[in-house]
Design a protein around this ligand. Structure first.
Ligand SMILES: [Zn+2]
Length: 182
């Protein structure tokens, strides 16, 4: 059975403490993987506005993102030591341990993100073997744009310029735009 099946989504609002705990758990998982493999790490999550972080929409988007990264790693013959998805009520997460320089992995991930119609909805962190996260500014990229307008995403996020419904509707559009062409 597919553990990412949309039918298995938790579909419930997540509280702030739960969200904070999930971030800590993610960091612990990353540290454990880094200690085990001592290579670069890709950590995939989704941009998910609103309190419900695991629903059929985010599951479909995550499954497509994961698939795209898997295809890339196969095409480029990445030496992948371990890969796993974690379908959590706080949102799906994916981890990939790759025995390549973190900069190379980050460049490839960013390129994929730019090329893919839903890449804007992905949150790909690349950590080097020492656990340092490579940020967008590290590779000379500006902060991300808002899903709905030209402003930086964190500006609209802070000011709550757009409603959760508007943002979710936009994500739905982006999902349908891709699946319609296949
Ligand atoms: Zn905006």
């Amino acid at each position: 059975m597919n553990i990412l099946s949309p039918a298995l989504a938790a579909n419930r609002p997540i509280s702030l403490p739960e969200l904070l705990t999930s971030r800590e758990s993610r960091q612990h998982r990353q540290q454990a993987w880094l200690a085990r493999h001592q290579v670069s790490l890709i950590s995939l999550t989704l941009v998910a506005p609103g309190a419900v972080k695991d629903n059929p929409l985010t599951r479909k988007l995550f499954a497509l993102a994961w698939q795209a990264i898997m295809t890339l790693s196969q095409q480029q013959h990445w030496p992948v030591l371990q890969q796993e998805v974690f379908p959590l009520p706080t949102g799906c997460e994916g981890l990939i341990a790759v025995d390549l320089p973190a900069e190379q992995v980050k460049d490839a991930a960013l390129l994929l993100e730019l090329k893919h119609p839903q890449g804007r909805l992905w949150d790909i962190d690349v950590l080097d073997a020492s656990g340092q996260i490579l940020s967008r500014s590290d590779v000379g990229l500006p902060p991300r744009r808002c899903l709905l307008c030209h402003r930086p995403a964190n500006v609209c996020g802070r000011a709550q310029t757009h409603s959760i419904d508007e943002l979710l509707a936009q994500m739905e559009l982006m999902l349908n735009a891709t699946t319609a062409t296949h």
